[in-house]
Write a protein that binds this ligand. Structure first.
Ligand code: ATP
Ligand code: MG
Length: 430
């Protein structure tokens, strides 16, 4: 951390020695002041992209249109952007025009929040024209200039405001909150990828419950570009319109609302971001199908979606069995979804619904001699030749049935017993 900071300082030193002005800016200054770890360093300078490229040996023209050049130093990359102003946001997301300026203060004025609009120079000089340090000390999210105007220019900033508030346990100032509510429908103009990337960062961050609380309460989520599944929207709307004291509502740590978003408060207790999604969805009681649709709309990768929706499906299937057949129902569900989804479900269940049967379920899972058809002592082609039938979809169904019988302890997992049981079963079907 100190290293990356020192290298950033070194780069702005070289720019200054060549007669340009240069500063570390934005998120890295804020995170440094908060004592948080730094992931990347942004640099702002009076030098033009051409001048920056002339000065450093390893550069990439990553965003020339916006004045950005990436400089590689000792295997690390640094984004160097020429001081710029932005004007005209007709699409509620991107400026129509940018123009290079000479003073860092003008560059800081285009930034979203006061704590993101600070710069540090080579000699450690802090440039903080909007009171970013005060905001950090007070623990508030405040916009540079008029909140309503800034969210109107770029709707993504509404999600960023919520993300920073949740991540730092900061409070959204009243005009910031009211401006979000006022402009929420503009979120429809933001690309879904950007919305879900922000939401996903919030889910993986340190205040997922607070983030969800703000996202639901503001009504932002019913204003994403493509509709989310009805079951999700309805739960979000129930949460939104639930009567809560105003102070609790906006200022408090996440409000409890057992009925609709039962698992929200438990989210930080889960370390895996995918399982936080799964827990949120389980709390809403969404079906596997709706969960898959939600993941698809949010562009969550197929791999992650299979896991998140798998837990939802597991939960759904398990719900069909009553207490009399608890063990049987559990084992059938495990066999349908596999061991790893079962373990994921247990992880979610452990924090969201620590009921007494979790111990038993873990035990039953550990006791299982087989959890997939690959572990059976008989293969599909052996069934074909033994039964004298040609291959077909019947094989998978039969193997799954044999798997259940072995797992439930009905027959031992040896070839003879399995072939005999297979013949029996086929015979019964005739
Ligand atoms: P993090 O990297 O932790 O998400 P960050 O503040 O560094 O936070 P970046 O997206 O890396 O976020 O942006 C770097 C800086 O650019 C911000 O600190 C802010 O000054 C400015 N910035 C980013 N996005 C916007 C925006 N939508 N509107 C105005 N300024 C922005
Ligand atoms: Mg950053």
């Amino acid at each position: 951390d100190d290293n990356i900071w020192a290298e950033g300082m070194n780069i702005i030193g070289r720019l200054e020695q060549s007669g340009y002005r240069a500063y570390l800016v934005g998120g890295c200054v804020r995170d440094r002041m908060l004592g948080r770890s730094l992931h990347d360093i942004d640099i702002a300078t009076s030098a033009t992209p051409e001048e920056v490229m002339a000065l450093f040996s390893r550069t990439l023209p990553t965003g020339l249109k916006h004045g950005t050049v990436t400089v590689m130093e000792n295997g690390r990359s640094f984004e160097i952007t020429t001081f710029r102003q932005e004007t005209g946001y007709t699409d509620a997301r991107r400026p129509d025009q940018i123009s290079f300026v000479l003073d860092v203060r003008e560059d800081l004025a285009r930034r979203d929040f006061t704590f993101n609009a600070m710069a540090i120079g080579v000699d450690g000089e802090i440039v903080d024209p909007f009171g970013g340090q005060d905001a950090l000390r007070a623990g508030v999210v405040d916009c540079v200039g008029d909140a309503s105007e800034r969210f109107g220019e770029d709707a993504l900033r509404m999600l960023r405001a919520i993300r920073f508030a949740a991540e730092f346990e900061f409070v959204l100032l009243p005009d910031v909150w009211q401006s979000i509510v006022k402009h929420r429908s503009k979120l429809k103009q933001v690309a879904l990828e950007r919305v879900s990337a922000e939401w996903d960062k919030m889910m993986a961050g340190s205040g997922p419950e607070q983030a969800c609380h703000y996202l639901f309460k503001s009504g932002l989520l019913v204003n994403v570009k493509e509709p989310l599944p009805d079951s999700f929207q309805q739960a979000a709307e129930r949460y939104r319109f639930n009567e809560l004291p105003w102070e609790w509502d906006v200022w408090g740590t996440a409000a409890t609302d057992e009925g609709t978003m039962g698992n929200m408060l438990q989210l930080p207790l889960i370390s895996d971001a995918d399982l936080r999604w799964a827990a949120l969805i389980a709390g809403i009681g969404m079906s596997e199908e709706d969960c898959t649709a939600l993941c698809r709309t949010l562009r969550i990768s197929g791999r992650r979606a299979a896991r998140i929706a798998g837990v939802a499906g597991f939960n759904e299937k398990l719900g069909y069995y009553d207490d009399h057949s608890l063990r049987v129902g559990w084992i059938r569900t495990v066999l349908a979804y596999g061991r790893s989804i079962a373990e994921d479900w247990l992880t979610v269940n452990e924090v969201c619904d620590p009921d007494s049967s979790a111990k038993e379920k873990t035990l039953w899972l550990n006791e299982l001699s087989v959890t997939s058809v690959q572990e059976l002592a008989v293969k599909g082609d052996e069934l074909c030749s033994y039964l004298g039938r040609s291959p077909g979809p019947w094989i998978a169904a039969l193997l799954q049935q044999l798997l259940e019988e072995v797992a439930l302890g009905g027959i031992p997992n040896d070839k003879g017993s399995l072939l005999w049981a297979a013949k029996e079963s086929i015979g019964n079907q005739r």
